[in-house]
Design a protein. Structure first.
Length: 313
């Protein structure tokens, strides 16, 4: 059965029936707008778009995988502000010949990823389109904390990372070469493992700046360096290369540090902290913040590898 057979409202009914609820969802799909609780009185909001052929391929990832990935990309942005995700709004633009089952499984993936943080899909929109496109907006609550922004890093801070780096980029390279193993890397590309709880944790610890690593560590730390008017130096030796990544990189003729330093889509969190803060397990110090100038360097030198993801390059 295709979307054309079911019709817009039939598809909406099928999809919304698969979506769960959460504590912040006061009114879900079915009205002109949803109602989401914001106990702190402040709402963090972020949006992201996945376009078939640009961000995902149906022969590489299942519909459920795409749902997980679409939700994770947005929920990670809320965590990077120090917030707790509460809700998702999803717009689906699809060719009429799309199988209804694919849309249903996409909804399953979205709902399952949101449920990891107690959030839910509260509404959205649908439209016909020649290109399959999923647009997701995430909402979150900051609690009693100020948002952790990109412009707060200070000379003398340390740079720390929580989460995986290079895994998704390695999986993407493996897939582009026509392979499906190692599974560790391929699955990381299909479904990121985001350290959501580390965002609010970093805020409580006094993080001075934070960002979701979606476009590559060097590129994303560059956003912090520019916004904070500081320099950042990353230590290459701070990153361990797991055996499966090292072996896959050797087989494909790739430097694994290219994946770690410039690969995106793992959605790790990178933050800066005052030097005297005791960081709990999960956080690894990978660099330092210095005076303005030089942007982001690796071992004191400008990074000469790939510059991270840019949609228009």
């Amino acid at each position: 059965m295709t979307v054309a057979n079911t019709g817009e409202f039939g598809l909406i009914a099928r999809v919304t029936a698969r979506l769960g609820t959460g504590p912040a969802c006061l009114l879900g799909p079915g009205d002109d707008a949803a109602v989401v609780a914001a106990p702190s009185g402040r709402v963090a909001a972020s949006t992201d778009v996945l376009v078939e052929g640009r961000h995902f391929r149906r022969d590489w990832s299942s519909a459920r995988d795409v749902g997980h990935r679409a939700a994770a990309a947005n929920l990670a942005d809320i965590a990077a502000m120090g917030g707790v995700p509460t809700a998702l709004l999803v717009a689906l633009c699809t060719p009429p010949n799309l199988e209804v089952r694919w849309a249903e499984e996409l909804a399953d993936g979205l709902a399952a990823e949101a449920a990891k943080v107690g959030a839910c899909v509260v509404g959205g929109d649908m439209s016909a389109s020649p290109t399959l496109t999923i647009a997701v907006t995430a909402l979150g609550d900051l609690g009693d904390r100020a948002p952790v922004v990109r412009s707060g890093a200070r000379p003398g801070d340390v740079v720390a990372v929580n989460g995986r780096l290079g895994y998704a980029a390695g999986g993407y390279t493996v897939l582009t070469r026509g392979f499906r193993t190692p599974k560790l890397l391929v699955e990381a590309f299909r479904r990121p493992e985001v350290p959501y709880a580390a965002g609010p944790e970093a805020a409580r610890l006094g993080a001075t700046s934070m960002i979701d690593v979606s476009d590559g560590l060097v590129a994303d730390l560059g956003h912090i360096a520019n916004a904070s008017q500081v320099g950042i130096d990353v230590k290459r030796e701070a990153f361990a290369v797991p055996d499966q990544m090292r072996n896959a990189a050797a087989a494909l003729g790739v430097d694994p540090y290219q994946w770690i330093l410039a690969g995106g889509d793992d959605h790790a969190l990178a933050a800066t902290f005052p030097r005297d803060v005791a960081l709990p397990a999960g956080w690894a110090i990978v660099g330092t913040v210095g005076e303005a100038g030089g942007g982001v360097t690796v071992n004191g030198r400008p990074y000469r590898g790939a510059g991270g993801w840019d949609h228009f390059k």
